[in-house]
Design a protein around this ligand. Structure first.
Ligand SMILES: *[C@@H]1O[C@H](CO)[C@@H](O)[C@H](O)[C@H]1NC(C)=O
Length: 337
């Protein structure tokens, strides 16, 4: 019966953005969501994982053995009282306990075969001003089943008849539906505001990127792969472009945004060019921590390491030649005497 409360928690990342838009570059995250991943291994064994996120930053874990929440940050409790937190955690605990048999009982109805996974994501997002929008989605093995909109279950087209049946089952659990509604439309927005405020110092920090260039394996004979590495920045939005003179080079290819262990980000942006056409290319990095001082790295035969080497070797070499000449002249002078 308690299927809904947790379902509500589950859905997929809101606006998971690989895009480099400076949406909230200065305010930090604006949404909170809970993810549920339930792995049904065989008819007797299933495992539930739960986690809480501020966009791509995980702030809660779930210990499924003891049925308790794990607060990963000193500020992960937001401004909720212990009593209120206990109530919410209890709703999730019961939900996880109830969820498994509810699904196991419907394996044949849904024509499921072990092993399979159910994923759900639910939460809320702050839009301009004080409005918050809640969301809740569920998927089976990565295929969307349903999307909760305006208090009603909308089957996902790609889920086919399974999505319709899923919504039909949800409608049988009206009590749970109400709990979920409350969690989504009341609890979540209040929690979001509190936790954003409690974690402000960390969420709104600005960490400058470091950038460097290298060459990668050439994609084709006679080509070069120029690689611009940008690492250690926070927050996530960043703009990295290969530029020819002042224009962005159309062959720029952006890799995936990867997390560093210290909760900063790493990005690699490559450019495939025909050998000989790498003149006047530079990699430009824009990030909120840099203000208007973009990082610009020029591709060229004189990398900064080479410049330093030359700066040391060349004077040394000249000095050696001068000393040698001076010594030879002195010797010939002595010989004459
Ligand atoms: C179900 O999976 C668990 C974990 O892999 C295993 O220990 C157990 O023996 C399996 N049971 C059946 C009936 O296959």
């Amino acid at each position: 019966m308690l299927l809904l409360p947790l379902l509500l928690l589950a859905h997929l990342i809101p606006g998971a953005d690989n895009k480099v838009v400076h949406k909230n570059a200065f305010q930090g995250p604006t949404s909170f969501h809970v993810i549920q991943i339930s792995s049904f291994v065989n008819s007797t064994y299933a495992q539930n994982q739960g986690s809480g996120w501020l966009e791509d930053l995980q702030i809660h874990g779930w210990d499924s053995d003891s049925g308790t929440a794990i607060f990963l940050k000193p500020w992960s409790k937001g401004n909720f009282s212990d009593a209120e937190l206990t109530e919410v955690v209890e709703a999730f605990r019961v939900y996880f306990i109830e969820f498994t048999p509810v699904v196991q009982d419907r394996v044949s109805e849904f024509e499921l075969t072990y092993p399979f996974e159910i994923q759900a994501i639910g939460g809320c997002e702050m839009h301009s001003g004080e409005t918050t929008v809640s969301f809740w989605r569920a998927a089976l093995g990565g295929v969307n089943l349903m999307n909760f909109q305006n208090d009603s279950c909308v089957p996902a087209a790609e889920g086919g008849s399974r999505g319709q049946r899923f919504c039909a089952i949800l409608s049988e659990y009206q009590g749970i539906s109400n709990i979920v509604q409350k969690l989504l439309s009341n609890t979540c927005p209040r929690f979001l505001l509190g936790v954003l405020n409690a974690g402000k110092a960390e969420l709104q920090r600005q960490v400058k990127p470091k950038a460097w260039l290298s060459s990668g394996p050439p994609p084709l004979p006679g080509h070069l792969l120029l690689v611009c590495h940008v690492s250690g920045f926070y927050p996530k939005p960043v703009q990295v472009m290969w530029m020819k003179d002042e224009q962005e080079h159309p062959g720029t290819h952006q890799g995936d945004m990867l997390p560093n262990a210290d909760e900063t980000w790493y990005l690699q942006v490559t450019l495939d060019v025909v050998a000989g056409e790498e003149a006047n290319l530079n990699c430009r990095v824009k990030h909120s921590s840099l203000g208007s001082q973009d990082i610009v790295l020029h591709w060229g035969h004189l990398t900064s390491a080479m410049v330093i080497t030359l700066a040391i070797i060349l004077p040394t070499f000249i000095l050696l030649i001068c000393l040698t000449l001076w010594y030879l002249r002195r010797r010939s002078y002595q010989n004459i005497q």
